[in-house]
Design a protein around this ligand. Sequence first.
Ligand SMILES: C[S@@+](CC[C@H](N)C(=O)[O-])C[C@H]1O[C@@H](n2cnc3c(N)ncnc32)[C@H](O)[C@@H]1O
Length: 447
Amino acid sequence: MSDAPMLPGMEPFAAAKPPKAKPKKNKSQYVWVPGDDPPELGEHSLAKHRILRKYLETYVAILTSSRVVEKLNLSLVDGFSGGGAYRCPLTGEKIAGSPVLMLEAMASAEAKANEGKKKPFKLDADFYFIERQKPTIEYLNQEINLCEAAHGKTDQIHVLRGRFAKHLDAVIKQIKFKGRRHRAIFLLDQYGYTDVTLANMRKIFRALPSAEVILTFAVDWLADFVNESEKFETALKNLELSHRRDLLVQIRQQHAIDWRPTIQHLLHQHFYEKSGADCYTPFFINSTDSHRAYWLLHFSKHSTARNAMVDLHWSMQNHFQHFGKAGFEMLLGYDPSRMNESPMLPFDFGSDAASLTHESLLIELPERLSRVGKPISFKDFFETVVNETPATKQMIALAARQLTKDHEIEVRTTDRKLRRNGVIIHDDDLLCLPASKSLFLPRKYDE
Ligand SMILES: C[S@@+](CC[C@H](N)C(=O)[O-])C[C@H]1O[C@@H](n2cnc3c(N)ncnc32)[C@H](O)[C@@H]1O
């Protein structure tokens, strides 16, 4: 860290002076005034904070599960950090904002990783907190001073004033000074949908292939805003969607009832193709307070990371949802022209959704294997379907196991020996259709 260049706009976090003027209040945005109570957190954001904390802890737990790991280098970037504290909408108590939450999550993950280790484990984490508003930065500095998990970490905490886009290059450069893998998690919790460009997302993944990005995107606000104005055109430019403007307007005019999901589905595909990431979770946070949903998107280049995030969605039932199918091809199966006849039900990661997912996998898994056309390892099979299902790897393995009991599929070892029906399926196991079944499905194996 000490060899790395100083970042422009870096602010010391020790001194906090009162602001000269109170910032203007915008109803939909948070305001942090040094010396005052923090703003009340929107209820929907409680779920966002819970998943962020759990994800960060899980991330470290996965990477340190081996007993021999003695050190982990990691950089955490909060690109739209806010003031670091809120009032809880349920209890009125002070609760952590995302930067403080990151500090706390790393301290608790390090303590956990040390449990049962003979040699001490060190989590070497750097934190970059970027925020545009000066009073908010002052508020954040005070909160960091009060945060126990920040003590002794002055050199690792970088509070940067200004726009995320302005700081991105310098932060990437700094991250590349740290370790060999350049592991980094970016939280890009923008207001609205215009401050994080797809070009910047690609920049992150190009420079830092091990990075992960958690992005909020106010998709329903964008959908509401679809019109033929110049302002809308500028918004589309940032999202590299200018060429889709007429289509979006047309959908808005012609789909009186289902224009929102129709536009959301169009955006899904676009985000996936243009982000520069290989793995992607396209799920919504339920927003009961505004009656509009926003996306909490997770991008990475690794199926393990994607799986860990989806696992958390299931563990936090009913906070997340999507409008799509339960099995494979969850979004491709969507047909806007049929929405009025049978509207797509929100899929909420609850117990009904879990049963539906299991049932769908039992039907669709053999059909997918038939499309693959030859025996495929469970690991490779998972890689091919990972982006198109709300199911976790474990759910797919359970369905495959059930299908062996029902004699619908076979599991073989790497040297092609048949495994017992009902066995636990490992990554290397080969999945295939029994010869009798493959006769009735579209393609035969070419063994
Ligand atoms: C939704 S709030 C962030 C909340 C925070 N992530 C949390 O969960 O505690 C967005 C913050 O980003 C700041 N902001 C807005 N535009 C920005 C930009 N272009 N670059 C950096 N910060 C920005 C706002 O002042 C605000 O404090």
